[in-house]
Design a protein around this ligand. Structure first.
Ligand SMILES: *Cc1c(COP(=O)(O)O)cnc(C)c1O
Length: 390
């Protein structure tokens, strides 16, 4: 049976070139990157080289602004808790959005229990934060604005440049969770007013369990992990050398292929959407029509349950998702679609197709062939659809 993987926002398949680059670091180059002998120096060289590549992909002014972490989640925790702790004497107010990834949302909720005040900005029906509300929310106690670059469920891209300008004018740090945007949106941190930016290797065809936090030079931040003097004294623990080298290779390839891949994915994604809307009634696009990640198509099939659509697609070899992999199994309606004011009938039947570099036009054709009969069958059994008088 044909296998079509359309869940690249949950994770991606590691590239062959990345694996090849990592293998020597699991075999012969096993030194501790902090050791001064040759074994250590070789490992150090791998880490330093990866740091340059990640800095290049993000458009950082220097490699020293990149700190490797164990994941995107750790990078988000480090940014939010690190600034919150470092600036505690200045203020205790944090501004975020209501559609953040759990890595930011739950970190903010944790800080609320610790005496911090958090404002969760509303979003419009496309998932875009309200800049006027943002401006109104800033007080002299505000120490951090943390708003994602692009949403993982619907792909909406936030106005990060404008948010950065507002943050700078008001003298507030700005962190952005760019785990989904890296490699899919062209940007250069040095040209934006972004103080901190989180990314993750496994979302860009690198290994799982490694990420990075960009920290603009001079940004005040408290460590999350205390111990040895690793990562320029900002994050203790022996470096995951092979993982970091893999992230570096993935970053190098992402930089090289980014603009071509953005075009190609946008074309495929829109081709899939057209195929679905032509062959299925009552399909609704979730997310912004054009301010959206090139690979993300989240669609609502009215009167249905997303879970049953996913299971039926799975039986045909197609991997999609109802939203975030981190919230699946909870059966709660998506906090993102709910914040966007989506009708519960649409929210329930939403499916996210997130494309990646392995996907082809034939994959899209396969989905367009397989999905319409599934929807038809499920709707025939749906009491909700019946009520509509069909
Ligand atoms: C995947 C993801 C994360 C978490 O990254 P991990 O490396 O899996 O911990 C954070 N934010 C967003 C937007 C994501 O999509």
């Amino acid at each position: 049976m044909r296998k079509v993987y359309l869940d690249n926002n949950a994770t991606t398949r590691m590239r062959e070139e990345v694996l090849e680059t990592m293998l020597p670091y699991y075999k012969d180059i096993y030194g501790n990157a902090s050791s001064i002998h040759e074994f250590g120096r070789l490992a150090r060289r791998g880490v330093d080289d990866a740091r340059l590549k990640v800095a290049d992909l993000l458009g950082a002014a220097s490699a020293e602004e990149i700190i490797f972490t164990s994941s995107g989640t750790e990078a988000d925790n480090f940014a939010v808790k690190g600034v919150a702790h470092a600036l505690r004497s200045k203020g205790n107010h944090i501004i975020t959005s209501s559609i953040e990834h759990q890595a930011v949302l739950n970190t903010c909720k944790f800080l609320e229990k610790d005496g911090y005040k958090v404002t969760y900005l509303k979003v419009d029906k496309y998932g875009i934060v309200d800049l006027e509300e943002l401006k109104r929310s800033i007080t002299d106690k505000t120490i951090l604005i943390t708003i994602m670059y692009a949403n993982n469920e619907v792909g909406t891209v936030e106005p990060v440049e404008e948010i950065g300008k507002i943050a700078k004018e008001r003298g507030v740090y700005f962190h952005t969770d760019a785990v989904q945007a890296v490699g899919k949106a062209p940007f250069e941190v040095k040209a934006m007013n972004v103080d901190l930016l989180a990314m993750s290797a496994h979302k860009i065809y690198g290994p799982k369990g490694v990420g990075a936090l960009y920290i603009r030079k001079g940004t005040r931040i408290t460590q999350l992990l205390h111990g040895g003097h690793h990562e320029m004294g900002k994050r203790a623990s022996t470096e995951n050398v092979a993982g970091i080298v893999g992230l570096g290779k993935a970053a190098e390839l992402a930089k090289k292929e980014r603009s071509e891949e953005i075009k190609r994915l946008t074309g495929l994604r829109d081709y899939l959407y057209k195929g679905l809307t032509t062959n299925i009634e009552d399909v609704r696009l979730n997310g912004h029509p054009d301010k959206r990640l090139p690979n993300t198509l989240n669609v609502g099939f009215k009167y249905l349950e997303g879970e049953s659509i996913i299971l039926n697609l799975d039986m045909e070899g197609i991997a999609a998702s109802t939203g975030s992999a981190c919230t699946s199994g909870s059966l709660e309606p998506s906090h993102v679609l709910t914040a966007m004011g989506s009708d519960p009938a649409d929210t329930q039947g939403s499916v996210r197709f997130s494309l990646g570099r392995d996907n082809t036009k034939e994959d899209m054709d396969y989905v367009v062939k397989v999905l319409p009969p599934i929807i038809k069958r499920l709707r025939a059994m749906s009491p909700l659809y019946d009520e509509k008088g069909k």
